[in-house]
Design a protein around this ligand. Structure first.
Ligand SMILES: *Cc1c(COP(=O)(O)O)cnc(C)c1O
Length: 402
């Protein structure tokens, strides 16, 4: 079956965001299928012996082996790159393979990394337990403190890495200001954009060199598959990421790529609807509990920064209840609609107690330093009717005496 090769970029980069999400990267076969085809194949055959020779030598485009390329996977990469405004994208088997690929492909023995302390647990593990084994040192900083980023720079600093909004404290990093500091010193900036997605925040527009994703979250959006993605300039991808990825093999399966490809078609609708719903739920909760950490509320200390760099504040936020761990867990146990789950970005609303789940591997002291308290709950707001969510939270709080 002969496939039209990828779309001509010059024809698609003028498309607006919604159009990119639905049509970006689509290849179409001679069958004229409207939905993207799913290529479940590990290998490829050739018409003659010279064809693979040309492809292996890099003189001709075309598939050679699915660890390196697969048409369904490539459609997803092209679509994500277009939505991100990036020259290139490579997808991986999970968000964590994307994060570790960025760190391990960019950094070498003797290099130094500066990272915001409010980070995803496994990303912290990679820097504290894996990079150290290869002689790569990390300085953790408060990502909100611009002077801390400046002061942490050493002659061998190669990369800044942060998440914004950060999990579960909802700390915001000033993307443009941190990128300016880094670039003055020839340092690359990588942003984990899982909590916002390109629908709500595009870090490259603000100067980031690399944007890494857990596509498991809002991109799939329906809690089905694990996937990750790295976006950067073609030069960055070809110099650092591609040789690493081809030879170590954190490859995304075609089926999972196809699921995310279809998820992206509704990303803009879902991300905006879930963000609006999350803000409504947060406004209601603010009247019931002592503390709501939602970047879209005027009570958030970085609310002005959020307005500058995000379209909307996203679908995940945290809040605290009186009564510590016991009361927080009792609230979860009293829920009737919202699920107890540590996942985020699903169409179903999910709630977790970070101190005993996502952040349980971090010491109590480090948790306290990050601002993750025992009485904190985190909610990922889905696509249910907001009134039903508010009613469920209200009855759960009421049933534990709050
Ligand atoms: C979930 C998540 C990851 C890891 O992604 P997986 O797909 O679960 O491997 C990394 N960073 C952030 C911010 C996340 O929410």
């Amino acid at each position: 079956m002969k496939y039209k090769t990828g779309q001509d970029r010059s024809q698609t980069t003028h498309w607006r965001q919604a159009t990119r999400a639905v049509r970006g990267g689509t290849w179409r076969s001679e069958q004229g299928e409207t939905s993207e085809a799913l290529f479940i194949t590990s290998g490829y055959s050739y018409e003659d012996a010279q064809t693979p020779a040309e492809r292996f030598a890099g003189r001709a485009a075309g598939m050679t082996y699915s660890r390196t390329q697969n048409p369904t996977v490539q459609m997803l990469e092209e679509r994500i790159a277009l939505m991100e405004g990036a020259e290139a994208c490579r997808v991986q088997a999970s968000g964590m393979s994307a994060m570790s690929s960025v760190l391990l492909s960019r950094l070498s023995m003797g290099d130094h990394l500066v990272m915001a302390r409010a980070a995803f647990g496994p990303t912290l593990w990679v820097t504290q337990n894996l990079l150290t084994r290869f002689g790569i040192a990390t300085t953790l900083v408060d990502g909100r403190d611009l002077d801390a980023w400046k002061d942490a720079i050493q002659p061998n600093t190669k990369l800044f890495f942060f998440e914004t909004p950060a999990n579960p404290t909802m700390d915001i990093v000033d993307i443009r200001a941190v990128c300016d500091i880094a670039h003055e010193h020839g340092i690359d900036v990588a942003v984990d954009n899982a909590f916002a997605s390109s629908a709500l925040q595009r870090p490259m527009d603000l100067g980031a060199d690399v944007v890494a994703y857990s596509a498991t979250k809002l991109m799939d959006g329906q809690g089905r598959v694990l996937a990750g993605a790295v976006c950067a300039s073609a030069d960055w991808i070809n110099t650092y990421l591609l040789p690493y990825q081809r030879n170590t093999g954190p490859t995304l399966a075609p089926f999972n790529a196809w699921v995310v490809l279809k998820g992206l078609e509704t990303l803009d609708l879902r991300a905006n609807a879930q963000a609006r719903a999350a803000l409504s739920v947060a406004q209601k909760l603010e009247k019931r509990v002592p503390c709501v950490l939602h970047p879209g509320l005027p009570s958030h200390p970085q609310h002005d920064l959020v307005k500058r760099q995000m379209k909307m504040a996203g679908s995940v936020f945290s809040f605290e209840v009186d009564g510590g761990r016991e009361r927080a867990m009792a609230v979860l146990d009293a829920l009737r609609l919202i699920d107890i789950s540590n996942n985020i970005g699903d169409a179903k609303s999910l709630m977790t107690h970070p101190a005993s789940t996502t952040h349980s591997s971090i010491s109590p002291e480090a948790r306290a330093a990050m601002g993750v308290s025992e009485s904190m709950l985190r909610i990922s707001v889905g696509l249910e009717d907001v009134e039903d969510l508010v009613e469920d939270l209200d009855q759960a709080l009421h049933s534990v005496g709050l």
